[in-house]
Design a protein around this ligand. Structure first.
Ligand code: SF4
Length: 681
């Protein structure tokens, strides 16, 4: 039986009634998004909500966390005093694995380098009723799609690409750890009622065009901020022509448009995927209420009336897209890439091509990439650049190993990395180029801003579908267009690649591989949590008293950011992932990738204390002593500067003890100290 079967059964039993009441309340037909949100409200609604204005409380069905963000979230959850998470929750070990050599070597290194963190995550998960997926199991969103996502559900995840589950009809939203902790602690989750973008898909993909091209095209239309505070809802006959995993690729990358999430209506392609992943029971339940798992027919017939914005894409005429560098909305069809590269002086030589990640490592993706690779082998071609493959999950890896796709890809020079994020999150130790050497890479990932993949701003990352990236690996140049150009093989002959084909799902079913699921402990009381007080990776938190209701005032502005400022700009990943369980240490990376609006420099701001320019936290101050705090009275801090000098400052504002305690745990106190020292002078 499916893990959440009883929960899904209960939800589906109540869905028709809740949707009918919402339809009556609004006195109009409903979009799919509205159906899912109204049926997950924590209280029966008495009025309709205003899009982009009202905040509502919702009850998610599930929480998922990846290993980098789970550390702090679980450290916080420990403070809640609960015996177990209030909703089904899982932890996935995928972000901390460094890609350097190949899967086995990298995994072995990572297991030892991150042992302390993995042990902590495993034991705290077992103690608090949380499912734990070990480091070799796969990337969070692929594992969620294979095991937990279901049509009509609502989930939150502590990762931006949680919307991947929208490919299986779920409203799945990426949130911060604090939101996840609230829900795990039994509280509702607050969401700004979203505006709605309708995307009508007509026609069907053919030739080289892939689901990835739908979202790359949409990114070019809507831009990186076009989805802010909005949910993107797909519909139309073209939607049904796309596989479930293809839909997941599209919803996954909706995050690049700033969208709250993206969702597809339930259809036969989702049912087929549910059955292929051993969830026949869920498919049967969904089939029985299928009309409630899609927008009302009036919405599909007259979408202008119900969506705030409407975009139409004809899949039949869609050409493969390549986006980048530095931003996913710099889109053009592949036929325009050569000219663009010449005009903007992008290095033509591709130094690395990477396929896979949570975005594009489905069976269908790898099938189509392997189809290109098999043609290449037959025609005497090999990859002309480093070619790296990241399977999204152990289930995918084991299946494509059994079915021969991995062999096809390695035969042209591909190297298989661990089933983990690796180069997609900056966990990529490149040894093929000099530091800060200007170079081009192509990936089938989802993000391509400066430093995302290898930590180097000099790397220009372009994104395309796995089949296009594989073809570009064979061509070795950005100027190669596999749709029109030929390549010269090792025998000096001109050869052409044919459009790829491939099965959507394995005809022999999925191979499980080494299952890495660890269920919650039967006897949670027996699980001991050990955190070394001297640890650099983990730091236990201290509980603090409730907020006294007073807001902070007169705080200094640390940095005014310009342009795109995602969570990765605010708190970069890569080597910093090491400190995600240590509040004090991770605070040191604040704004490191954000662009200063005044100077255009990345990660630098003016130190209000010294007037010097540097990293906002460069002048770290260590708190030597903190006197007994009396609300309403000034507070004296003895601080030590980086140069060793000691100073005393007075904090004149009436911060509550709780707030001071909280700040003590992070660098924020240093900034307060700095600002007040300036005042004090
Ligand atoms: Fe995020 Fe990339 Fe990992 Fe997906 S593969 S979860 S996008 S880091």
């Amino acid at each position: 039986m499916t893990m959440d079967f009883k929960i899904i059964q209960k939800l589906y039993a109540g869905l028709p009634g809740k949707i009918r009441r919402a339809r009556n309340l609004l006195a109009r037909p409903l979009t799919l998004t509205e159906k899912i949100l109204y049926s997950h409200l924590s209280e029966e609604p008495t009025r309709s909500f205003e899009r982009g204005k009202d905040y509502v409380d919702l009850n998610p069905d599930r929480v998922a966390m990846q290993d980098a963000t789970a550390q702090m979230a679980l450290l916080q959850f420990m403070m809640a005093g609960r015996k177990a998470a209030a909703v089904p929750t899982t932890v996935h070990c995928d972000h901390l694995i460094l890609a350097r050599v190949e899967a086995k070597t990298d995994l072995a290194h990572s297991l030892s380098a991150n042992k302390e963190v993995y042990d902590f995550l495993r034991s705290i998960s077992q103690k608090y009723g949380i499912g734990f997926w070990t480091p070799e199991s796969g990337i969070i969103h692929q594992v969620v799609l294979e095991n937990y996502a279901f049509p009509g559900g609502l989930m939150i995840g502590t990762d931006s690409h949680t919307p991947n589950a929208g490919g299986l009809g779920m409203v799945a939203v990426g949130v911060g750890g604090a939101d996840a902790v609230d829900v795990m602690a039994g509280m509702p989750w607050e969401l700004k009622w979203p505006a709605l973008i309708g995307v009508k898909l007509t026609g069907a993909l053919s030739g080289w065009a892939a689901p990835k091209d739908v979202i790359l095209k949409l990114a070019g239309i809507l831009t990186v901020s076009g989805g802010t505070d909005k949910i993107i809802e797909y519909f139309g006959p073209g939607a049904r022509s796309i596989s479930c995993t293809g839909k997941a690729t599209i919803t996954n990358m909706g995050a690049e448009l700033g969208a709250t999430t993206s969702v597809f209506p339930y259809d036969e392609r989702m049912a087929v995927y549910l059955r292929a992943t051993e969830r026949d029971d869920v498919a049967k339940l969904a089939d029985a209420i299928a009309e409630h798992l899609a927008a009302d027919s009036e919405v599909q017939e007259d979408p202008e009336k119900f969506f705030d914005e409407l975009v139409e894409i004809d899949l039949s005429t869609l050409e493969p897209q390549v986006v980048g560098p530095y931003t996913p909305d710099l889109a053009r069809p592949i036929s325009g890439l050569k000219k663009d590269a010449q005009e903007h002086d992008y290095p033509d030589e591709i130094r690395a091509a990477l396929i896979g990640s949570c975005t594009n490592s489905s069976y269908e993706d790898i099938e189509r990439a392997a189809h290109v690779a098999r043609q290449a082998s037959r025609k005497g071609l090999k990859a002309r650049t480093h070619f790296l493959i990241t399977p999204g999950s152990e289930q995918i890896r084991a299946t494509i190993e059994r079915d021969g796709q991995l062999q096809a890809l390695t035969e042209i020079g591909g190297v298989v990395l661990a089933n983990a994020c690796g180069p997609c999150i900056g966990q990529w130790k490149r040894e093929d180029i000099q530091r800060e050497e200007k170079n081009t890479i192509v990936t089938s990932f989802n993000r391509n801003f400066a430093r995302r993949n290898d930590g180097m701003a000099s790397t220009l990352a372009f994104i395309g579908s796995p089949e296009i990236v594989t073809a570009l690996a064979l061509g070795g140049k950005l100027s190669f267009n596999p749709l029109s150009d030929t390549l010269v093989n090792d025998r000096g002959e001109e050869v052409r690649l044919e459009p790829p084909t491939g099965h959507e799902l394995p005809t022999r079913g999925f191979e499980k591989g080494e299952s890495g699921y660890v269920p919650p402990a039967a006897n949670p009381g027996s699980i001991e949590l050990v955190v070394d007080p001297k640890s650099e990776r983990l730091q236990l938190l201290e509980p603090f008293p409730a907020w006294n209701g007073k807001d902070f005032t007169d705080l200094v502005v640390l940095l005014k950011a310009r342009g795109k400022c995602t969570t990765d700009h605010i708190s970069p990943a890569g080597p910093w992932l090491r400190y995600r369980g240590h509040l004090d240490k991770i605070s040191d990376n604040l704004f490191l990738a954000a662009v200063n609006a005044f100077t255009g420099e990345t990660g630098k701001g003016k130190n209000v204390l010294t007037g010097e320019t540097g990293h906002p936290f460069e002048d770290r101050l260590d708190i030597l002593s903190l006197q007994e705090f009396t609300p309403g009275k000034p507070l004296t801090l003895r601080i030590k500067h980086k140069d060793g000098s000691v100073d005393e400052i007075k904090v004149k504002h009436s911060y509550a003890q709780s707030q001071i305690e909280w700040f003590k745990a992070g660098s924020a106190l240093n900034l307060i100290a700095a600002s007040h020292r300036k005042e004090h002078k």
